[in-house]
Design a protein around this ligand. Sequence first.
Ligand SMILES: *Cc1c(COP(=O)(O)O)cnc(C)c1O
Length: 376
Amino acid sequence: MKPVQMVDLKQQYLKIKTDIDAALLNVLDTTMFIGGKQVTDFADNLSTYLGIKHAIPCANGTDALQIAMMALGLQPGDEVITPSFTYIATTEVIALLKLKPIFVDVDKRTFCIDPVAIKNAITPNTKAIVPVHLYGQTANMEEIMAIANEHNLFVIEDNAQAIGGDYIFKDGTKKKSGTIGTIGCTSFFPSKNLGCYGDGGAMFTNDDALAEKLKMIANHGQKIRYYHEMVGCNSRLDAMQAAVLNIKLPLLDKYISARRQAAAYYDKAFANHSKISIPYRVEYSAHVFHQYTLVLQDVDRNALHTFLAKNNIPSMIYYPVPAHRQKMFEAFGGGDYNLPVTDWLTERVISLPMHTELDEEQQLYITGKVLEFVNK
Ligand SMILES: *Cc1c(COP(=O)(O)O)cnc(C)c1O
């Protein structure tokens, strides 16, 4: 059996090695390392794939979120509603820009921000909502957009874990995850569903003026070189990363299918287990399984993690400390929040190996070991 990894980038690379190596050598040959055709082609390819007018590449997913908030003109003290149950980047950039993160609870089944909790958190100072499409499941965007429209709020989708997913509206229309709010943000960190071989990120929008602003902010606030109209930053996707992404983007749907197939295998093995809840599916989101995350009941989760590790099966706790309990947010009243679902999930979630190269032999072994521990 091939060794089990949380994410097997090596096996994935070997299947596309010829194309990747040629593309990277070509970048070396042109010595066009920053900007250039690979990057502009990728921006076009991505916007076409997502069905959105503008895709603006940048240096990483964290920058994408930061630049989005800068472009919307949010001012110090403005309140931004965000889940606490997320990767730190989502909430960190809010604080970095001196905005006020307002942490709300998530839906127990979907792990995504709870629309009712959003409603309850709105004040006259609320300016934006940042739903996170956690683990590859799109948040309830139809309800979130209705709340945002009613209260005139911006919506910044943190789509770092759900690129390629479809959101299905009640009337049957579909949109790609990340293309529904004011701005969508994503990351091309190597382990993400569409990962490059270093850091990378992008922002998407249908708004022409906003797109222009996002581009300028990512480029030192300039449209014309050396004429800086606003304070920006230096956030670029480099040509090597764009070259990798131009090869991997056409494979994304295939990669998603492979993840779904792996998820279906896990589902079957753990179906109707009294101590294990498999990822819940909602009718409005076609899950893309960035992670396959179980919720355990009456199981010593940390002992399971250790048991699996001893059997050469990696597993992860995403995330062991929610944002509102991070020291970073003490000054933002983090400790004063009461987010029972977030705390409950934090103690019970465990993510199993999930990637495009899992085979049945590995999954049989993984599920066997999980059940051996849980049933004992
Ligand atoms: C990965 C990730 C980010 C940040 O992306 P980087 O490219 O690592 O900066 C932001 N939010 C979520 C939910 C993520 O998973």
